[in-house]
Design a protein around this ligand. Structure first.
Ligand SMILES: [Zn+2]
Length: 273
């Protein structure tokens, strides 16, 4: 557990019991959650991997303050998919003037979004739709998710974008397990370049505007300038433009596709598909 730089000086009071404080609502991030101690107001940063020991959403978990050792409960974690939490992180980094980190988070959010849509539309939803094909559900889900992961393992931003746009324009929604398996088998490691005019002709607003924004996004180029060799430090204007664009585009598409957490889609009501 690490207390932030703005913490008040530590107080050496004796530990207090959990029952003396109401549960504290978290400031949520992808890697960390932050909770202000209800006793001494120190902002405690809890790392999910190190301090929490789990990546599942936190519900009423008992923690202690790094400064005064008071014990209290934390609650109010997000259950959004990872790409949405990374977008929120990106906005926080922008406010903190950490432009490089803001671009890295928003670009990663884009890549996680592409993967999430494919997993939902080609694995989870076909499994929930198909009431006929006999199978061991867990075994099929694991095998098919692995097959999809293997197919796209070497795909960087640009090919993942093409795979996503093709699925989005074609409205690919496999109804059976065998249709889903065929869709995954047809994914190419080097998918052909997608013509912008095809998006304009085959889709309607507001979906069209969102897909064109994905097609035109240059955030991956900005990310590559940051992580490769030059360690480029972007100005506020270009960072804000890239992060705003990613935020509105990805949240808009997430709403369009009805995306939620993996856990939700594993049990998504079939009548809503
Ligand atoms: Zn405290």
């Amino acid at each position: 557990m690490i207390a932030s730089a703005s913490d008040k000086p530590a107080r050496q009071n004796s530990p207090m019991s959990i029952d003396q404080f109401p549960a504290v609502h978290l400031e949520v991030g992808y890697e960390n959650v932050v909770a202000a101690c209800p006793r001494c107001t120190t902002r405690n940063v809890y790392n999910r991997a190190e301090d929490i020991g789990s990546f599942r959403a936190i519900t009423n978990r008992r923690v202690s303050c790094a400064a005064c050792q008071a014990e209290f409960e934390i609650c109010g974690d997000l259950v959004n998919p990872a790409f949405e939490t990374l977008l929120l992180d990106s906005c926080d980094f922008l406010r903190e003037k950490r432009h490089m980190q803001a671009v890295l988070s928003a670009t990663t959010a884009y890549e996680l979004f592409f993967s999430h849509v494919l997993r939902v539309e080609l694995v989870y939803r076909p499994s929930r739709r198909d009431h006929v094909t006999e199978r061991d559900d867990i075994a099929w889900l694991e095998a098919t998710a692995t097959s999809l992961r293997d197919k796209t393992a070497r795909c960087t931003f640009a090919p993942m974008r093409r795979i996503f746009l093709r699925l989005a324009i074609d409205g690919t929604r496999p109804a059976t397990l065998s249709d889903a398996e065929a869709c995954i088998a047809n994914i190419q490691a080097k998918p052909p370049v997608l013509d912008r005019a095809e998006i304009e002709q085959r889709t309607d607003d507001p979906f069209r505007k969102l897909l064109l924004a994905v097609h035109d996004a240059t955030i991956a180029d900005l990310r590559n300038n940051i992580v490769h060799k030059t360690a480029y430090r972007p100005a506020l204007s270009e960072t804000k433009a890239a992060v705003d664009d990613a935020y509105h585009t990805i949240f808009g598409l997430s709403h369009h596709f009805g995306l939620q957490s993996d856990d939700y889609h594993l049990n998504e009501p079939p009548d809503q598909l």
